[in-house]
Design a protein around this ligand. Structure first.
Ligand code: G6P
Length: 313
């Protein structure tokens, strides 16, 4: 019985890496590795895994863990001179022993606060002082919430700019059975066509080949419908105007060392992000970016989906 176990527990994960397990009274769980400050598991009260982690994921620095929710900071992808997706995803974060109080009642919420501070090596690549606090919360209904607060602590008076993404890998039954609602008719930058700008057509987005797009200025609510699983993920975001959609498909999957050849069928990345326009903080300023995920049963049959109902739930 999960009722016997603590709501928040620090234990050892793969290869002896530290991880924090969050438990919710009805049985949902989440796991967060200090390596990368990365959520690697989120299960509903039936014990079903909702996030994808690669069958070939390498749980060992310096390679970031392939799956879950890597944090891309201070750079998304190759939009700058830093390493791909920045360094936050392959640094060891620490647990904040004195987290700030929760704004609302805390008693039924399991949460952990992690901190990323710059190392000497990071400062050479990105010469800024900052404090990055990440709160991961498992809500009473099993919802998963991530809140990032990044503060400029430069003492030289300099502002800094960054791009950011919660690079979420959703677990899906079969990529061909999945659709995304909430991104129709929006503009996107196509990473497969030199970041050229296009406008999405009017239908829900479905998948039949490689996709790597940055949708710009999206609504704060996006739905991912898994027809076969009869499950809908609802992604809510705040402070993050863009949404990246990525699936490598078969050829690219084979070229990614830590991804199984068939894994692309069972994953879909929909990433709450700030990519098109970088975010700028002056000394003393703080930015907050929030992601909230819920997984609900899809109350529809094939061809009878009312998109409005999904997005309003
Ligand atoms: O292999 P990674 O460095 O983890 O990146 C995986 C993917 O992340 C994002 O979704 C980018 O848009 C893709 O271009 C990139 O291929």
């Amino acid at each position: 019985m999960s009722g016997e176990k603590p709501l928040v527990e620090l234990c050892k994960g793969v290869n002896g890496l530290d991880k924090v397990v969050l438990r919710e009274v009805r049985g949902s769980t989440a796991e967060v590795y200090l390596y990368g400050g990365q959520v690697t598991s989120w299960k509903n009260d039936l014990g079903e895994e909702l996030l994808f982690t690669s069958s070939k994921a390498i749980f060992k620095p310096p390679k970031a863990i392939r799956g879950g929710i890597p944090i891309c900071f201070p750079q998304f992808s190759n939009h700058g001179n830093l390493e791909q997706h920045g360094f936050a995803r392959n640094r060891i974060w620490t647990i904040d022993p004195n987290p700030a109080p929760f704004p609302t009642a805390t008693c039924d919420k399991a949460f952990v606060d992690l901190i990323l501070s710059p190392s000497d090596e990071d400062t050479k690549a990105w010469p800024h002082s900052y404090e990055f606090r990440l709160r991961v919360t498992l809500g009473p209904g099993g919802d998963l919430m991530l809140t990032s607060r990044i503060r400029n602590t430069n003492t030289d008076g300099k502002a800094f700019s960054f791009t950011f993404a919660y690079h979420t890998y959703f677990s899906v039954s079969d990529i061909s059975e999945v659709r995304i609602e909430g991104l129709e008719t929006l503009d996107y930058l196509d990473n497969l066509q030199e970041k050229e700008r296009f406008t999405e057509q009017g239908d829900a987005i479905t998948f039949e080949s490689e996709v790597d797009k940055v949708y710009v200025g999206t609504p704060n609510k996006i739905a991912i419908l898994d027809h076969e699983k009869k499950r809908t993920f609802v992604l809510r975001k705040d402070g993050l105007p863009d949404a990246v959609v990525w699936n490598p498909w078969d050829k690219k999957a084979k070229a990614i060392v830590d991804l199984g050849d068939e894994d692309y069928k069972h994953m879909l990345c929909v990433e709450a992000a700030a990519v098109e326009k970088s975010l700028t903080l002056k000394p003393g300023e703080e930015w907050k970016g929030r992601l909230e995920l819920s997984a609900v049963p899809s109350t529809y049959y094939s061809g009878q989906l009312d998109p409005q109902r999904v997005l309003e739930c």
